[in-house]
Design a protein around this ligand. Structure first.
Ligand SMILES: [Zn+2]
Ligand SMILES: [Zn+2]
Ligand SMILES: [Zn+2]
Length: 299
């Protein structure tokens, strides 16, 4: 940067006809060059100088830290507490490098590229505000649900902030937190892979063709849970009757949607969730192979 600003000032002498002394008269290109070579380094050095005053007391990070300092103590004590706890192996940490969330015994922190949020565990209220499910599809890999938690502090200097994490990490986070997490929006948090799968299974089956129960036949209670009536009939829909791996099942409806989803998930390779959706599973009763397309809701 220094040699660029030197170049600019050099050009003021060498090319006086370009009128570089009067920046408002210079051409567009020279103006941009002026901002990059002269203005920007000047502003950043002034800012750094201002921050460094009074033992870095004006630095934004130091200000954030000093909001947590005890009376007669300084931001350095806060920084050293965070340092010590950060080195412990039992801290909770998640997120990409650009949006890291770290929870230690005393602190909850969010560190992104341009900002740092720090709150003390004992001061905070946590609320689950949103969840986003990334659908499991035959060509994507692992299904994921992301939940958003709002961290609000009773310390007036600490602004509220949101942390995002994978739902499967939620249990681990809860263990590390001392405050309860409220679920204001009644977000359903799927903590295991099967939970997430079940949600996808349900939405896919709801898009399949319906099966009309023959007249005179009644639906019995689901033999899996005995809680609701059976609602699923397996009908080979995916291909022509004699093609493919699937077979026609002749069982009457015996299972509810949730139990059938759990059965489907239980027969899968737990290490390879990307294979779950396109896979074939035997009917729990007659062992005829079926796929998700063959699962029909009885109406
Ligand atoms: Zn059931
Ligand atoms: Zn069957
Ligand atoms: Zn099929």
């Amino acid at each position: 940067m220094l040699h660029k600003s030197g170049y600019y000032f050099g050009m003021c002498f060498a090319a006086a006809e370009k009128q570089l002394y009067y920046i408002h008269k210079a051409t567009e290109g020279w103006k941009i060059f002026f901002v990059l070579a002269v203005l920007l380094p000047t502003v950043t050095s002034l800012l750094a100088y201002y921050w460094s005053w009074n033992g870095w007391a004006n630095h934004p990070l130091v200000r954030i830290l000093s909001h947590h300092a005890l009376p007669q103590s300084s931001w350095r004590a806060v920084a050293s507490s965070i340092n010590t706890e950060f080195r412990r192996i039992d801290k909770f940490a998640t997120g990409a490098p650009g949006a890291r969330v770290i929870v230690t015994d005393t602190w909850v922190m969010k560190v992104s590229t341009y900002s740092v949020y720090i709150a003390q565990q004992q001061d905070i209220h946590l609320t689950v505000t949103d969840s986003r499910q990334h659908e499991l599809s035959p060509d994507s890999n692992t299904p994921v649900q992301f939940i958003t938690i709002r961290v609000a502090s009773i310390n007036p200097h600490v602004k509220s902030f949101d942390i995002r994490l994978n739902s499967t990490e939620y249990g681990e986070l809860r263990e590390k937190l001392r405050a309860p997490v409220r679920n204001a929006a009644n977000v359903v948090i799927h903590q295991t892979l099967s939970d997430i799968f079940l949600e996808t299974f349900r939405s896919l089956v709801e898009g399949n063709l319906r099966y009309s129960l023959p007249s005179g036949q009644d639906l019995e209670p689901c033999i899996g849970c005995m809680q609701t009536s059976a609602s699923i009939k397996l009908v080979k829909m995916c291909q022509e009757p004699n093609e493919g791996e699937c077979q026609q099942c002749y069982c009457r409806p015996m299972w509810c949607l949730t139990c059938m989803g759990k059965w489907f998930a239980s027969r899968q390779d737990q290490q390879h969730p990307e294979t779950w959706l396109p896979s074939h599973v035997p009917c729990p009763t007659c062992r005829a192979q079926f796929c998700i397309l063959d699962v029909c809701i009885v109406q």
